[in-house]
Design a protein around this ligand. Structure first.
Ligand SMILES: Nc1ncnc2c1ncn2[C@@H]1O[C@H](COP(=O)(O)OP(=O)(O)OP(=O)(O)O)[C@@H](O)[C@H]1O
Ligand SMILES: [Mg+2]
Length: 347
């Protein structure tokens, strides 16, 4: 049975439209004017126990709003959400006892105390047996490299150090489900790596259900097999990450810094139109988009290098935003992707 069931979940915010100036402020008190904003628009999905699901979409798509409804922080305007058989906003204590959460922008740890004090408090609140707590603490300390950190007051930790401690706090009571809302935001590649490996490890070994929202496609690729894409409050794709990657994330852009380019380069690029797209070109800079299923980056380099001195090159992965954008474009084109994925894609 699914551990998370979401049916026609809908959330509308009421926003107070404030008028300007002193008179406006007084007017606001007596005649407040509200507009409504639909953040989540009748979404449906279910998640099985032990799944790791990436929940992605552009800024303002409705991800955090969904997570807040799943955790019971927000009450839906309509629709149904069941987490382990409980309605989160009604059965808050029962729901809280089986979940952990990280909101990348906030901390659940005591600001003036070292993380170990927060962990001990969590142990008391969740009634975690001492042996289990000690085991978790030592495993997490090793995996996230926390030894030196857990005794330093939270306010003296760097962002990456804080986030590693935060992740441990979300898992320390052995929750069944962990919600991670942008846990790697602003972190360097080493810390991101540590956090991804940790989540992957715990998800696999302990069958913890993980819902991960992020703007970093790499996070999703490393941790999740399934991805739900939301746009404008609606689910536009629900399926395997592999499928979406192969269908829409197959393009890469190579950025060459060049000099001494020969005039023949234009003709050569013209003959490769089947594989190379969107060529932007200046005397010192060439950008080529290619389909990685048809041609490799080194083959692209071999095409260009006889005609230019290549000083440097970078390869750009498609961003989540561009994948979502492409998904829309595909909808407009009504092409094969939608037909092939009719079961997953909601358009
Ligand atoms: N408390 C609130 N009051 C009014 N509107 C809100 C509130 N919180 C979010 N919204 C609006 O709801 C929409 C969805 O916001 P949400 O925070 O869920 O997006 P998100 O997908 O998490 O975006 P991001 O990637 O930027 O974190 C946005 O248009 C936002 O402006
Ligand atoms: Mg958000």
């Amino acid at each position: 049975m699914a551990i998370i069931e979401v049916n026609d979940l809908y959330k509308e915010y009421k926003i107070n439209q404030k008028k300007e100036g002193v008179l406006g402020a007084i007017g606001n008190i007596f005649y407040p004017r509200y507009i409504s904003k639909v953040a989540v628009n009748k979404i449906n999905f279910s998640i099985e126990e032990g799944e790791a699901v990436g929940y992605i979409g552009a800024n303002g798509a409705g991800k955090s709003t969904t997570i807040k409804m799943l955790t019971g922080i927000l009450t839906p305007t309509s629709g149904r959400v069941l987490v382990n058989g409980n309605i989160p906003y009604k059965h808050r204590v029962k729901n809280n006892s089986i979940i952990g959460a990280v909101f990348g922008q906030r901390t659940q740890m005591w600001w003036d105390l070292p993380p170990i004090e927060t962990y001990k408090l969590i142990q008391k609140i969740y009634d975690v047996p001492k042996k289990q707590f000690d085991e978790n603490l030592s495993t997490f300390t090793e995996l996230l490299d926390l030894k030196e950190l857990i005794k330093i007051p939270v306010r003296q930790l760097s962002l990456g150090q804080k986030m590693r401690c935060e992740i441990a706090a979300a898992f320390i009571h052995d929750p069944k489900i962990v919600y991670l809302d942008e846990p790697t935001i602003g972190l360097d590649i080493m810390v991101k790596d540590k956090i991804r490996n940790f989540i992957k490890n715990i998800n696999k070994k302990r069958s913890v259900t993980v819902i991960l929202t992020t703007h970093d496609l790499q996070d999703i690729e490393e941790v999740c097999k399934r991805v739900i894409i939301i746009d404008n409050g609606q689910v536009v794709y629900d399926g395997k990450i592999e499928e979406i990657k192969n269908s829409l994330g197959k393009y890469r852009t190579v950025h060459f810094q060049v000099k001494n380019c020969s005039n023949n380069l234009d003709n050569v690029l013209d003959t490769q139109k089947e594989y190379l797209f969107e060529v932007s070109k200046s005397p010192y800079d060439i950008q080529v988009k290619f389909d990685r299923q048809k041609i490799t980056a080194s083959e692209v380099m071999n095409i260009i290098s006889p005609y230019c001195d290549i000083m440097d090159l970078t390869i750009q992965e498609p961003s989540i935003e561009s994948i979502v954008r492409d998904l829309y474009r595909k909808q407009v084109d009504n092409n094969d992707f939608i037909k092939e994925n009719a079961g997953n894609c909601k358009y």
